[in-house]
Design a protein around this ligand. Sequence first.
Ligand SMILES: NC(=O)c1ccc[n+]([C@@H]2O[C@H](COP(=O)([O-])OP(=O)(O)OC[C@H]3O[C@@H](n4cnc5c(N)ncnc54)[C@H](OP(=O)(O)O)[C@@H]3O)[C@@H](O)[C@H]2O)c1
Length: 480
Amino acid sequence: MSADIGVTGLAVMGANLARNLARNGYTVSLHNRSVERTDALLEAHGSEGEFVRTESLVQLVESLERPRRVLIMVKAGAPVDAVIDDLLPLLDEGDIVIDAGNSFFEETRRREERLREKGLHFVGVGVSGGEEGALNGPSIMPGGSEESYRTLGPMLEKIAADYHGEPCCTWVGTDGAGHYVKMVHNGIEYADMQVIGEAHDLMRSLAGLEPAAQGEVFREWNTTDLASYLIEITAEVLEHEDERTGRPLVDVIVDSAGQKGTGRWTAISALEVGSPVTAIAESVFARSISSQRELRAETNRVFSDGVDSTAADEEFGPEFVEDVRKALYASKLVAYAQGMDMLVAAGEEFGWDLDLKEIASLWRAGCIIRADLLDTIMKAFDGESSRLPKNLLLAEEFTEALNECLPAWRRVVAAAAEHGVPAPVFSSSLAYYDSLRRDRLPAALTQGLRDYFGAHTYQRTDVEGTFHTLWSGDRGEVEA
Ligand SMILES: NC(=O)c1ccc[n+]([C@@H]2O[C@H](COP(=O)([O-])OP(=O)(O)OC[C@H]3O[C@@H](n4cnc5c(N)ncnc54)[C@H](OP(=O)(O)O)[C@@H]3O)[C@@H](O)[C@H]2O)c1
């Protein structure tokens, strides 16, 4: 039998993608480095569709129709290169190698170039939605050549999440574009979770709302313009009682979160392409601080917590909770605006013609940041490119909402600072908004200082050219 596609790497993600493909009518050849996983998958789910069992990459490649499609779903990093090295001598011109793991986009660019030189297509595909999404419909962000998408696209679209009849999958751009878009998705996810955490902390510490009561608040918020998967599951996690202690589960979970993956990559890449993703970077740093548990314990001993969580009074009643909702919405919007802004900057840097409307459409179902807001973001980026807003915050769909949220946003950030509750993403998002709208920024003084100590020169607001002041001379100005 010749199979439509081969999957190598059958841990949880590969196995679920293979099952998803088979359930959608494709014949799927299966391979895993250790054959036990292949057999376990066939034993548990072999009746779900047409599968071909193989024990080696040679057998896998032989079982495929041409052009061959081999989907690699092994551990990210060196294992992907090891599998590619083994596959290369077995493949022919025009065959398509797909990496649907969480690879770093620069590695995808390198691999794509290497395979292109050999006449092969290499497609880096961002997949979001975890195990559940891989099985039932993930959000899929494919890169690689447009030509390869003609063959591969229909299969990916068939297994992708469905949003009111539209697949959450479309070709996003050449070489590493798919993995880049997935990386930025995850950066936004970091910020989205952090602002939810800040809202939770403020409502607990200042308004005295216990987790179960907050569950109700988040459930209610999920019927507003905040409606999203993360808000929905926040209600469930906050309401969950720990089986062992009877306490809210959130109170017995260690308050330390890692940041080794895509969130950190997003912040690093943003610095490289010169895009100020302050909300995303702050959310990565917030996780870093949370991980410094010894330092936090010592600082707590020296300075004390400082927040009197029994101080709930009228100041922090229902109106404050509504203020927090608005601050959360505005900060979340900033995170999306920054992510989109970064995609534009990366597109210029790497030669991708990224369509922000299409990208927003991919995130409407199947992925972690799925949210009603994305429909509005699509509308904001719909139309001729010359007429699109320079930043999401400038889209007419959002300006009114931002104006409405602003007083509440300021009150919440001020209350957090006054009472010592850390709200780094609420604050930095507000500072981003204020910086963008400010007529003049203190960068003028920065330039003056740089010219003083390093003769770095400056430009003037009134005359064209580059200038330097003779700081250690007569302090006259010369043209540089
Ligand atoms: N788990 C998730 O929710 C999730 C979500 C999105 C994306 N991803 C990404 O999807 C990819 C797969 O994730 P996963 O959790 O299913 O698996 P994983 O734990 O990342 O990797 C295990 C798989 O890689 C294979 N492997 C490891 N080293 C290998 C090598 N040198 N040569 C050949 N095969 C090798 C293993 O084979 P053996 O069985 O022989 O050891 C096994 O099939 C990763 O890039 C991951 O980051 C995961």
